[in-house]
Design a protein. Structure first.
Length: 83
């Protein structure tokens, strides 16, 4: 068999079934922990109770670069609901 030739297994980029199941379970658990507000409620509580880890998580999901052109600059709108 030639070196570097893939002969079986899952296709490149396909997540491991165990990893996918674990991610799904974590999302369900977080949703349940948020009770009536679901996942958003849980994450909101974590932002208040554990701001350091929450901000680290936020840094992972925000885009690394934002760019626009001169005619149509990027506009950022942040809605803040204190309640």
């Amino acid at each position: 068999m030639a070196r570097g030739t893939k002969t079986g297994g899952r296709k490149k980029g396909t997540p491991n079934k165990t990893t996918a199941l674990l991610k799904d379970a974590i999302l369900v658990a977080a949703g349940n922990a948020g009770k009536d507000d679901g996942l958003v409620g849980y994450l909101t509580a974590q932002a208040v109770l554990n701001p350091g880890p929450f901000l680290a998580l936020l840094g992972k999901v925000l885009p690394m670069q934002i760019s626009g052109d001169e005619d149509q600059p990027v506009k950022m709108v942040i809605e803040w609901n204190k309640g």
